[in-house]
Design a protein around this ligand. Structure first.
Ligand code: CDP
Ligand code: MG
Length: 201
């Protein structure tokens, strides 16, 4: 089994994050945790890539539908969809229109619990209810009701993988093997070295 420090996650700065001038701010938030960036590129994806990206988990459409319908019910409102599947299908079409309008930044971050750490810093899906202090909570203001009213995707600045399986499949969509770098970062000596030998006189 790989050591925990090998865990990897895929992060995308979505078109709104790039257009809002938040590339540096977002990278800084992940970088300062001690996670290591091992790949980075800027590109304009096409609809096919977005479809492949959001269907790596065959259950995703149902899950995304359930999550947004629950949020409506929690707010005492009627969801605008009859079933989670109907909602999931609508969301993927909206994502295909949103994610291709201008460049995105794709990155791989590596380190202990990289997936969970990145999700924690990123915040929950809907910026209206994302925690204060998270990227989505601090830097934008979208909500499910407004995005549904306008029949468009929620603009929440970032994509971050949800599980190890999802991460490994998503990484293959965005990066070739030779675009992923293996290197030592000096700070890993203090984060992971068992005896801190390199610090002794
Ligand atoms: O991105 P995250 O993992 O937090 O959420 P998701 O449930 O995997 O949904 C993926 C993306 O679909 C979200 O980040 C939103 O941009 C979009 N979405 C949407 O536009 N409308 C919804 N009701 C749910 C998700
Ligand atoms: Mg997700």
């Amino acid at each position: 089994m790989a050591h925990p420090k090998e865990e990897r996650t895929l992060v995308l700065i979505k078109p709104d994050g790039v257009q809002r001038g938040l590339i540096g701010e977002i990278i800084n938030r992940y970088e300062r945790t001690g996670l290591k960036m091992i790949a980075l590129k800027m590109l304009v994806p096409d609809k096919d890539m977005i479809e492949r990206h959001y269907t790596v988990d065959p259950e995703w459409k149902r899950k995304v539908g359930e999550k947004s319908m629950k949020s409506y019910i929690a707010n005492g409102e009627e969801p605008p969809f009859k079933t989670p599947e109907e909602c999931g299908n609508a969301v993927i079409e909206r994502l295909k229109n949103y994610m291709i309008v201008s460049p995105v930044i794709a990155m791989i971050w590596q380190g202990n619990k990289a997936i969970g750490i990145v999700r924690k810093i990123t915040g929950g899906t809907e910026p209206l209810t994302s925690d204060v202090g998270t990227i989505r909570g601090d830097f934008t203001i979208d909500s499910y009701d407004m995005s549904d009213l306008d029949n468009r995707a929620i603009r929440n600045l970032i994509h971050a993988s949800g599980s190890v399986e999802e991460a490994e499949k998503e990484i293959k969509i965005w990066f070739k093997e030779n675009e992923i770098l293996q290197y030592n970062l000096v700070q890993e000596k203090i984060i992971y070295d068992v005896n801190l030998d390199s610090l002794r006189e």
